[in-house]
Design a protein around this ligand. Structure first.
Ligand SMILES: [Fe+2]
Ligand SMILES: [Fe+2]
Length: 503
């Protein structure tokens, strides 16, 4: 058994912003506990100043356990990254323990709050994961969060290349990712990776009236992992996870529903629009795939003008199956907001047998950044509850999990709150279509599948223009992407269905 104390965001300063009593309380608790080591995921100091580092190195010595400390965005302010190495230690490194390895990475960008694991560091990290691939426990620690966090206001400070980092972790079967930064303690299971966010250990800036906290991680010999969020008030939140491996699900029984998921057609007369590819995709859908429902996840047209809408309408009239089309940000530029309604109507919930597909408007005028909004979230939550007896699918344009090969500029501004609500309400599937790359992962019990672009040359998918096919059987959901020109398929994911879908 390995037990780790995870602290973060101490924001040590010489003024009242630093809550020394909270730090002392937690340090005492750690010293009394049976911890193998401690991880501090950054923002050790508040401004990266010399006096703060001097005090920090004194404060950290109060913890009498092996400790790994990495820098946060506050530590690198005022060229504090030079002082970090002098007073604290190396910003990147490896800590080995029985059966396991902890790799820590500096994700900061001088003078910015945002995070990045740049090209050289990414290669270093990948190299380390390869080197330690035989270890049973693989932990990566950095300051910035990987998955959008709830209660953080405008959710914009994920790592620039969070999608690539997440993809790397899943490929290398990383057991645990620990981070801090937003002062919100949180736990997510992304496939078999546990994403553990620490709150703030000793600063005043907690969110939504929360108190100081730290996390206790226990890795048992039988593969179970338990994480407890321990608040200074004595409250505790506990969650346990056991990896499901090997992941082999064989479709049993009848296929209940088949959905084709398309996105970013970007119908237009620009050279980037591949008309023939779209025509071919539609032929394949009609003649070979014969789905029960075709979903278009936004950016049907490249710009919201009448001529493009008329053209798009012509294409989509050819699809014989039932359709559910939600707008993307391109669709509502110029007069698009009105044209979308005129040509395709306001999207409504589609019910097919035991399945409910719930559309959400996330696009805004003239910006790739999406928002659902607090009222939109409440409406979606009520719809999920109303259809609780059905297999619920949320359909929207903006991705709520980071997508590989993309810089997260078009993220949903309230992605953290939306993701939390969706997973808490146990949505059975989420379909999104922003970012130009196909990707599928399960967060908690909700598989989330993003579609690449079906006919736009400006995409980020190494597999080319594709659309997704989602087959739902009584016990599993299978998602694969289909190359829009050749028709070959590639598996995106297979996930167990928790809902009883037996007829
Ligand atoms: Fe912080
Ligand atoms: Fe931070």
């Amino acid at each position: 058994m390995i037990r780790i104390a995870h602290i973060s965001d101490t924001h040590i300063t010489s003024d009242a912003a630093y809550k020394g009593y909270a730090f002392d309380l937690i340090a005492e608790e750690i010293n009394r506990g049976d911890f193998d080591f401690v991880i501090h995921t950054g923002d050790v100091t508040n401004q990266g100043l010399r006096e703060e580092y001097e005090r920090a190195s004194y404060e950290l010595k109060k913890i009498r356990k092996p400790i790994v400390v990495l820098p946060g965005n506050h530590d690198v302010r005022n060229v504090g990254y030079k002082l970090f190495e002098k007073f604290i230690g190396p910003p990147n490194g490896v800590f080995e323990f029985q059966e396991g390895v902890l790799i820590w990475v500096d994700s900061t960008i001088p003078d910015l709050s945002d995070g990045r694991i740049g090209e050289y560091k990414f290669r270093w990290l990948r190299g380390k994961l390869e080197e330690y691939s035989s270890r049973r426990i693989k932990i990566v620690a950095a300051h910035h969060h990987l998955i959008p966090l709830p209660d953080t206001g405008r959710e914009r400070n994920v790592l620039y290349n969070a999608g690539d980092v997440l993809d790397l972790f899943l490929r290398h079967e990383v057991t645990l990712y620990t981070c801090g930064h937003k002062h919100v303690p949180n736990l997510y299971r992304v496939e078999d990776l546990v994403v553990d966010n620490a709150g703030c250990t000793s600063c005043r800036k907690t969110r939504a009236g929360d108190v100081n906290s730290y996390n206790v991680i226990t890795l048992y010999d039988d593969g179970r992992m338990e994480v407890r969020i321990r608040r200074v008030t004595g409250d505790e939140f506990r969650k346990e996870h056991r990896a499901v491996k090997p992941k082999l699900f064989i479709p049993k029984g009848k296929r209940l529903v088949r959905v084709v998921q398309m996105s970013e057609s970007n119908v237009s007369d620009r050279v980037y629009f591949r008309k023939k590819v779209l025509e071919h995709a539609i032929r394949m859908i009609n003649e070979k795939l014969k789905p029960d429902l075709v979903i278009h996840n936004g950016d049907l047209v490249d710009a919201g003008i009448e001529r493009y809408y008329a053209k798009a309408y012509e294409f989509y009239e050819r699809i014989k199956a039932r359709k559910l089309i939600v707008p993307g940000h391109n669709d509502i530029t110029y007069l698009g907001h009105d044209l979308f309604k005129e040509y395709f109507g306001r999207p409504n919930t589609v019910e097919i047998g035991k399945f409910a597909f719930i559309p959400v408007q996330s696009a805004q005028y003239e910006t790739p950044i999406g928002v659902v909004g607090r009222m939109g979230q409440r409406i979606l939550r009520d719809l999920l509850r109303e259809h609780d007896d059905k297999f619920t699918t949320v359909v929207m344009h903006h991705n709520i999990i980071p997508v590989p090969r993309s810089r997260e500029i078009g993220f949903l501004e309230d992605a953290g709150d939306v993701l939390k609500m969706i997973t808490e309400e146990n949505a059975n599937l989420v379909l999104t279509g922003h970012g130009g790359n196909a990707f599928g992962v399960k967060v908690e019990d909700s598989p989330i599948v993003n579609a690449g672009s079906v006919s736009w040359e400006l995409h980020r998918n190494p597999y080319g223009n594709t659309f997704n096919v989602i087959d739902i059987y009584t016990h599993i959901v299978v998602a694969f992407e289909v190359q829009a020109t050749w028709g070959s398929g590639r598996l995106l994911g297979i996930w167990k269905v928790k809902k009883n879908l037996n007829p």
